[in-house]
Design a protein around this ligand. Structure first.
Ligand SMILES: Cc1cc2nc3c(=O)[nH]c(=O)nc-3n(C[C@H](O)[C@H](O)[C@H](O)COP(=O)(O)O)c2cc1C
Length: 680
C-alpha cells in the first residue's frame, strides 16, 4: 500500500526510508531560545510515528532575525541540546534535519527587546507593523556568516541535512522581492541582483557543511502578494538555487501578509502542489510539495502524478504523529485527522501560547498525557456520542476498560455534522470517520438510537458513567424570541429548512457568520459549474466571477458587539470576514435586537445607523429570522444521576458549551482520570 510514498529516496548522498517530511513549525515550547525537554518529547514522538525526515525548526541564526520565541543556534553552547534531539530522532529511525531561520523585517520588535529589525530596505511591514533598518553591506556579510556558522553547528549537532528558510516573506524572500527590496547596490534592482543575497547564503552554508552534506531551501512557489514573485519567476529562482548548491527544494505558497489563505480548510487539499510541480519542471534536484496534504491517498497521488518527489506533512503530523505508520500498515481510517482549523496551532502561537491540537490532546503534552494499560479494568458507560463522549469512550477502551457507548440518535458524531455544514467546513466530518474506526479497533460496544435512562443504568450497573449530553440552542432574552416560525442556526445547518428571500441572523459570532455564509452561497455557481462554464467560454470571466458570489438570499447579520466574529481565531477570522464581504452579507454591528416577530426585527444601535433610516431605534422586515445566540448545556440526565450513587463525570458541552478542543481534550482527560491516584 502507498508504494511510492514508502519507497526510499536519495537526497544528495543521504538515503531516506520514505518520502514523508515533517517540516519546520514554530512551536513556542520555550521563551528562552532553548531546546528543552518539551521539544525533545515532541520531536521524538513525530520521529516514532514513521516520518522519513523530522525537521527541527525554526532555528534562529542570530537574535535579531529570530528573537525570544524561536530556538537559537547562534553560538556553540546549545549544540549539546540539539545533539540530544538529533540522537533521539535518529534512534526512532528518522533523519534529523534543521531549518535555519532569519525573519528579517518580519522580526517583531517586541520579540527582539524593542530593537529595530533588519531588512533589505526600510519598507514598512504590514505583518509586524514596523519599518526595518536597511542592512549595510557589512550587516549583509554578518548575517550570511551567521547562516554559515549555524549550518556548521548543525553538522556538529548531528543533523543529516540543513534547510534554509527562503519562504513566507522572511529575509531571503525580502531580498528577492521588488516589493521589499528597493536597494540600488549589487543586492537590489535587477533579478540577478535580488538573487544575490539568497544564493550567497546558500554558497556560504555549502562552504561550511562541505560538498557531501545535503542542503535544502524552502521557497514560495508564488508569493501571492502584489509586486511579489509569481509562479512565472519562481522556477527561475529555483534554478538559481540549484546552481548555488541546494540538493532539495521545499515548495510552499505565500507570505504571512498574503491575502490568499495558506492554512485554513478553504484551501483545497494539496492545493499548492501545482506550485511544486512547476518548480519540479525547472530543476533536477528532488522537490517537496507542501500545504494541506491530508491523506496517504493524496500523498501517493501527488508522487505518482509527478507533482513532487516528497511530501511535507505539517499540521497533519501534529494531529497524528503516527500517520506514516498507520498508512504503511493500511490503517488509514485510524489516522486522527487534521481538519486545518489552525485553532490549536497557529491561533495559539499568535496568542503567545505553545502549539497544541484541538483534535489531539497529546500534542505538546507527550510526556504527561500517556495512555497506560489499566491495572483494574472497570465497566464504563458513556452517554452521548458527540466528540467528548467519543474521545472518552475510545481513550477508556485503549486503557483496557470495558466501554459501552450509548447514543440517542441513530448516528455518532453529535454536533460534528452541524459544524461541518457551512462552506469549507466539511473537513470536520473526518472526525466521524476516525472515531468510527477507533470504536471498532478498541472494541467499544455501541448502542445507537438508545437514550440513556436511569433504568438502563440500573440494568447495566456500570462502575463509572461519562455523561456527554451535549447542548441545545439557547433562546435569548429578547421579546418574541420564542415565537413559532423563528428558527435557530441549528435548524438551518442541520435540517436545511426552506428560507425566504430576506434572511436575518441574530448573533454575529462564529456560528452566526458561518450560518450566514451557508445561506449566502445557496444559488451561487458551484466549483464544477464554474469549471464547466469556463472551459466552454460561455460568458466573459468577469460575469462568471460575479455569479460565484450572487446567491438566492439577501442575508443580514445583527451583532451586538462592535466587532463580529470575535470568537473566531486570528488565523481564520480574516478569511471569514472577506467571505462575508464578497458574498454580500450585510453586517450590522453594535446593534442590540430588542424585539422579534415572525417577520420583523426591532432594535437599538449604540450610534446613529447609516444602514437604515439614520435613527438609533430601528425595525426591519425579513422573510426568515434565525437565532445564532449561543447554546446551553443539556443536563437532564446528569441532574438525576446523584440519586443512583454511581460515580459519573460530565464532559463536553453538557458540562459547558465550548469548542472542539474543550470536548475532545475534556473527554480524553476525563478518561485518564479513571486510573488517577485517588480516583473513585
Ligand atoms: C504554527 C505553525 C508554525 C509554522 N512555522 C513555520 C516555520 O517556522 N517555518 C516554516 O518554514 N514553516 C512554518 N509553518 C508552515 C508549515 O511548515 C507548513 O508549511 C504549513 O503548516 C502547511 O502545511 P500543513 O498543511 O501540512 O500544515 C508553520 C505552520 C504553523 C501552523
Amino acid at each position: 500500500m502507498f508504494e511510492t510514498l514508502f519507497s526510499p529516496i536519495t537526497i544528495h548522498h543521504l538515503t531516506l526510508k520514505n518520502r514523508i517530511a515533517y517540516p519546520s513549525l514554530g512551536l513556542l515550547y520555550s521563551w528562552d531560545r532553548k531546546l528543552n525537554d518539551r521539544y525533545l518529547h515532541y520531536f521524538t514522538e513525530i520521529a516514532r510515528g514513521g516520518a522519513g525526515i523530522v525537521t527541527v525548526g525554526p532555528v534562529g541564526v542570530d537574535f535579531l532575525g529570530s528573537g525570544l520565541a524561536v530556538l537559537g543556534l547562534d553560538h556553540d553552547k546549545p549544540i549539546a541540546d540539539f545533539k540530544r534531539v538529533t540522537d533521539a530522532i535518529r534512534a526512532e529511525g528518522a533523519s534529523p534535519w534543521i531549518q535555519l531561520f532569519h525573519a528579517g523585517a518580519y522580526s517583531h520588535p517586541i520579540l527582539i527587546n524593542g530593537e529595530t529589525p533588519l531588512g533589505p530596505s526600510a519598507v514598512y511591514s504590514k505583518y509586524t507593523k514596523a519599518t526595518p533598518k536597511e542592512m549595510t553591506s557589512e550587516e549583509i556579510r554578518t548575517v550570511q556568516s551567521a547562516f554559515a556558522d549555524a549550518a556548521g553547528r548543525a553538522v556538529e549537532a548531528g543533523f543529516d541535512g540543513v534547510e534554509i528558510i527562503g519562504s513566507a516573506g522572511y529575509l531571503l524572500t525580502q531580498f528577492l522581492s521588488p516589493k521589499t527590496n528597493k536597494r540600488t547596490d549589487e543586492y537590489g534592482g535587477s533579478f540577478e541582483n535580488r538573487l544575490r543575497f539568497p544564493t550567497e547564503v546558500i554558497a556560504a552554508c555549502r562552504k561550511t557543511v562541505g560538498k557531501a552534506f545535503p542542503l535544502s531551501i524552502r521557497m514560495a512557489g508564488n508569493d501571492f502578494v502584489p509586486e511579489g514573485n509569481t509562479d512565472e519567476i519562481t522556477p527561475l529562482i529555483a534554478r538559481a538555487y540549484e546552481k548555488s548548491g541546494v540538493n532539495l527544494i521545499n515548495v510552499t505558497g505565500g507570505w504571512h501578509e498574503s491575502k490568499v489563505p495558506q492554512l485554513p480548510m478553504d484551501l483545497p487539499r494539496a492545493g499548492y502542489a501545482y506550485l511544486a510541480a512547476a518548480i519540479r519542471k525547472a530543476v533536477t534536484v528532488p522537490v517537496m510539495a507542501s500545504n494541506r496534504i491530508s491523506t496517504p491517498m493524496d500523498a501517493e497521488r501527488l508522487l505518482n502524478d509527478g507533482y513532487c518527489d516528497m511530501v511535507n506533512l505539517g499540521r497533519v503530523l501534529i494531529a497524528d504523529p503516527f500517520w506514516p505508520a498507520k498508512a504503511k500498515a493500511g490503517r488509514v481510517d485510524e489516522i486522527r485527522p487534521c481538519v486545518a482549523c489552525s485553532q490549536g496551532c497557529t491561533d495559539e502561537i499568535f496568542s503567545g501560547n505553545p502549539v497544541s491540537c484541538i483534535g489531539n490532546p497529546r500534542a505538546g503534552y507527550e510526556a504527561e498525557r500517556i495512555i497506560k494499560p489499566t491495572a483494574s479494568p472497570q465497566k464504563i458507560m458513556v452517554a452521548g456520542a458527540g466528540p467528548a463522549g467519543l474521545e472518552a469512550a475510545v481513550t477508556a477502551a485503549q486503557m483496557g476498560h470495558a466501554v459501552h457507548l450509548f447514543e440517542t440518535r441513530d448516528a455518532i458524531g453529535g454536533q460534528i455534522e452541524l459544524a461541518a455544514a457551512p462552506p469549507h467546513k466539511e473537513e470536520l466530518l473526518e472526525y466521524i470517520r476516525y472515531y468510527r474506526a477507533m470504536l471498532t479497533r478498541h472494541g467499544v460496544t455501541v448502542s445507537l438510537s438508545t437514550p440513556v435512562t436511569l433504568d438502563l443504568i440500573r440494568a447495566e450497573q456500570p462502575d463509572h458513567i461519562f455523561v456527554a449530553e451535549g447542548a441545545a440552542p439557547a433562546v435569548p432574552p429578547i421579546d418574541g424570541a420564542d415565537i413559532e416560525g423563528i428558527l435557530s442556526s441549528w435548524d438551518v445547518l442541520k435540517k436545511d429548512r426552506p428560507l425566504g428571500h430576506r434572511v436575518a441572523l441574530i448573533g454575529g459570532g462564529a456560528v452566526g457568520l458561518e450560518t450566514a455564509l451557508h445561506i449566502a452561497v445557496k444559488g451561487t455557481l458551484s466549483p464544477e459549474m464554474f469549471h464547466f462554464l469556463s472551459i466552454h467560454d460561455t460568458e466573459p470571466p468577469e460575469k462568471l466571477r460575479e455569479r460565484l458570489f450572487s446567491g438566492n438570499h439577501e442575508v443580514t447579520v445583527f451583532e451586538m458587539a462592535p466587532r463580529a466574529g470575535g470568537d473566531l481565531g486570528r488565523s481564520t477570522r480574516w478569511v471569514m470576514m472577506n467571505h462575508i464581504k464578497r458574498y454580500g452579507v450585510h453586517l450590522v454591528t453594535g446593534a442590540r435586537v430588542t424585539g422579534l416577530s415572525a417577520k420583523k426585527v426591532t432594535g437599538l444601535s449604540s450610534k446613529k445607523v447609516t444602514w437604515h433610516d439614520g435613527n438609533e431605534k430601528w425595525s426591519q422586515e425579513f422573510d426568515t429570522i434565525i437565532l445564532a445566540t449561543g447554546s446551553q448545556s443539556v443536563t437532564a440526565l446528569s441532574d438525576r444521576l446523584p440519586e443512583l450513587g454511581i460515580p459519573f463525570t460530565r464532559i463536553g458541552d453538557g458540562l459547558t458549551p465550548g469548542k472542539f478542543n474543550h470536548a475532545i481534550h475534556g473527554g480524553f482527560l476525563a478518561a485518564l482520570q479513571l486510573d488517577a491516584p485517588g480516583a473513585p
